[in-house]
Design a protein around this ligand. Structure first.
Ligand code: C2E
Ligand code: CA
Ligand code: CA
Length: 694
């Protein structure tokens, strides 16, 4: 219930109570008036009657008494009219029919008036003698009816007043409480969150102040609310933006991740699985085969003479060959088989559910047939050969790593035996275990001075004197005996051991050159470096360190690098060679004629020498083709202003031929095989070739 209604009802109640009390008081007045009027009237009429009846009573004229009293009784409203004689005996006692004199008002009004009407007694006294008495009891009927009418009128007036007052009150309250109402409504709206609510300033001063406070508060709340709403909108926008960016980034990352995962598990050149994925697939296949009691064939394949393709036709052609082989393998095998490139020219295949040994061999033959179809490249048909090793799960092992190792063993057996394929057998394993162990042994060998440098002299044609020596590394293996570079340099190149190996060779060779110089033998020393070395950004520093540590002069050092090594990353090689040249170190191109180097590059390379490959030199005396090639190469070198060295001079005839062709110097078994360090000093002193001044 609203405050206004409650207030109104309270005030109205007060008015009603007041009015009722007023009416009650009025009725009380009426009651008293009625009683008093009756008494007075009764007394007055009794006195009149006593006068009228004095004579008839004295004369004892009872008939007159009777008629007088009856006449009076008929005219007036009496409840009783009696005349008693002097002894108190009733001469006449009249009482009317009560029904006739009942007032015409509601009973409750009569009950409420509760009138106690006393009879008035008048004595008939003449000359001091009492002749009797008159009892008169007047009816209050008329008075009651009049009182009723008055009460009704009063009640009507009171009711009208209540209505009037109430209406007036309502109007006054409506006007007086309007600001409060507005205030209350405004506060309610504010409470409901509508901070734009304002109240018009009306009413009293205090009220005005209150409204000001409310308006102020509302304004502040509104400002706060707006600020918060703006902040919320900003946060919402930022959130949306962030969400969008996170989504975009997540999508990008997912793609990048997928790409990275693909890259991590695939070979970049052929886009087939790499060693990691092969291992995973093999393990998976083993799990399935174990459950289904089936076999898995693992095959490892290595291309024959791939190095030759790479060396003679360039690495680009080599890459194309590898890609073609990958495609062929993929095509010849089932979708469920895995073909992977393990690196270099090595591939592996996992064939789940391959059946027995015979079925696996059949599959291997199919693979080899597919690989051996000549590949047409640059207008030439290239013959590709391969050696393939086979193992079966569970026959040759139940673990992926052992199966891989044994497939490798079988592959090497196939290569050695030139049989195309070979199924694993334990006998072949002995050799292979040694081969696997070699890597860790080589690391140890570099650190423990198991490596030895042999030196092969180069002889200058013009002076017939020794001009320098080439350092050729050997490995004095505790079990295998003296090992030649072809048996461990490729391993070192594959396993990053080439860096420490070259550093060791550089230091040892320079140390040796210092000994010669101290001994008045001014000889240059040539060191062979690999492709990996020339591409290593730290290589220049390694050379500088070796020079610094040994105290050798840069002039005493010559570095030999093959064309193929240069062509792997020509730009890097050209820059490195330029820097070495700047340091004072001389460069020679080794095995010249076997790789493919364009004239454009040759001009850019700051090299001093070319070394014609021994494969052309060794047979040049008997093979005219080779002789032509050697002549051309010498001419080419001279045209570029380079000194030309011939390698593989095995006879004096070749020596003579080369001398005729104008070759600058020669190296070969004819003059000397590579000399072990302990024999070197003796050889240098006793040699017919003597020394040539630097
Ligand atoms: P290369 O640089 O062409 O070295 C010349 C190779 O030809 C040597 O074989 C040498 O013994 C051999 N040779 C010399 N004269 C004749 C000859 O008249 N007839 C025949 N048939 N062969 C001759 P070696 O010492 O077995 O070295 C093989 C290859 O190993 C070297 O070929 C070189 O590429 C590499 N190599 C040797 N030492 C190192 C080294 O310290 N570091 C690196 N990275 N490679 C090296
Ligand atoms: Ca060499
Ligand atoms: Ca060579």
């Amino acid at each position: 219930m609203s405050l206004r209604l409650r207030l109104f009802m309270a005030v109205t109640l007060v008015i009603v109570v007041h009015t009722v009390v007023l009416i009650l008081l009025l009725v009380e007045d009426t009651r008293e008036a009625v009683s008093r009027t009756q008494e007075v009237q009764g007394a007055w009429m009794g006195k009149n009657l006593a006068t009228s009846l004095a004579n008839p009573l004295i004369t004892n004229d009872l008939a007159t008494v009777q008629s007088t009293v009856e006449l009076m009784f008929s005219e007036q409203n009496y409840l009783q009219l009696a005349v008693l004689d002097d002894r108190g005996v009733a001469i006449i006692d009249l009482k009317p029919d009560t029904q006739k004199i009942k007032p015409d008002v509601p009973d409750w009004f009569i009950t409420y008036l509760n009138l106690s009407v006393e009879p008035s007694i008048s004595h008939i006294n003449i000359g001091g003698v009492d002749y009797g008495q008159i009892i008169i009891l007047l009816s209050p009927r008329v008075l009651i009816e009049r009182a009723w009418d008055e009460a009704k009128g009063d009640a009507m007036v009171a009711l009208a007043m209540i209505v009037m007052l109430s209406w007036l009150l309502w109007v006054l309250m409506s006007i007086g409480l309007r600001p409060l109402d507005k205030l209350s409504a405004a506060v309610q709206r504010i409470g409901a969150g509508d901070f734009s609510a304002r109240v018009e300033k009306t009413g009293s001063r205090e009220f005005g102040e209150l409204i000001s406070v409310v308006n102020d508060m509302s304004q502040k709340l509104h400002a706060l609310y707006e600020e918060r709403r703006q902040a919320e909108i900003t946060v919402l926008k930022l959130n949306e933006d962030l969400e969008r960016r996170v989504e975009a980034r997540t999508a990008e990352l997912a793609i990048a991740n997928k790409e990275l995962t693909h890259q991590a598990l695939h070979d970049a050149l052929t886009n087939i699985p790499n060693r990691t994925l092969l291992y995973e697939r093999l393990e998976q296949a083993i799990i399935v085969a174990k459950r289904e009691r089936k076999t898995v064939a693992l095959m490892m394949m290595d291309l024959d003479h791939f190095k030759e393709i790479n060396d003679t036709m360039g690495h680009h052609t080599g890459d194309l060959v590898l890609q073609a082989v990958a495609t062929r393998l993929r095509n010849v095998l089932r979708q469920s088989d895995t073909v992977a490139r393990l690196g270099g020219d090595e591939f592996a295949m996992v064939l789940p559910g391959a059946g027995d040994k015979d079925s696996a061999i059949l599959a291997a033959k199919k693979i080899l047939n597919a690989v051996q179809i000549p590949i047409s490249m640059e207008g030439r048909n290239l013959d590709i050969g391969a050696s393939l090793g086979i193992v079966l799960y569970p026959d040759e092992g139940v673990e992926a790593s052992l199966l891989l190792q044994r497939a490798d063993v079988a592959m090497y057996a196939a290569k050695r035996g030139k049989t195309g394929y070979a199924y694993y057998n334990t006998d072949a394993d002995r050799y292979s275990v040694d081969r696997l162990a070699l890597k860790s042994e080589l690391r140890h060998a570099i650190q423990n001075n198991e490596l030895v440098l042999y030196y092969q002299p180069k002889i200058d044609f013009s002076s017939n004197r020794i001009s320098g020596l080439e350092a050729l590394v050997r490995w004095q293996h505790p079990r295998h005996g003296l090992m030649f570079p072809d048996d461990f340099i490729p391993l070192a190149e594959r396993s990053n051991l080439i860096k420490p190996l070259t550093e060791w060779v550089l230091q040892e060779a320079l140390r040796q050159s210092c000994v010669w110089h101290a001994d008045n033998m001014p000889l240059t020393v040539a060191v062979n470096i690999s492709a990996t070395n020339i591409q290593d950004p730290d290589f220049i520093k390694s050379v500088a360190d070796a020079l610094h540590k040994t105290g050798a002069s840069a002039k005493w050092l010559e570095l030999e690098i093959t064309e193929t090594a240069i062509m792997k990353e020509p730009a890097v090689a050209i820059a490195a060679i330029a820097e070495l040249n700047h340091m004072g170190v001389q460069l020679a191109i080794d095995d010249f004629g076997t790789g493919y180097s364009s004239m454009a590059y040759l001009k850019k390379l700051l090299v001093a020498k070319i070394k014609i490959d021994k494969s052309f030199v060794m047979d040049m005396h008997s093979n005219n083709n080779d002789a032509v090639i050697v002549r051309t190469l010498i001419g080419l070198g001279h045209n570029l202003g380079l000194s030309v060295v011939a390698e593989g001079v095995e006879s004096t005839e070749i020596w003579d031929d080369l001398k005729t062709l104008g070759c600058d110097s020669a190296q070969g078994y004819s003059m000397s095989r590579p000399i072990p360090p302990d024999k070197l000093d003796e050889w240098l002193r006793q040699s017919v070739w003597g020394f040539k001044k630097l």
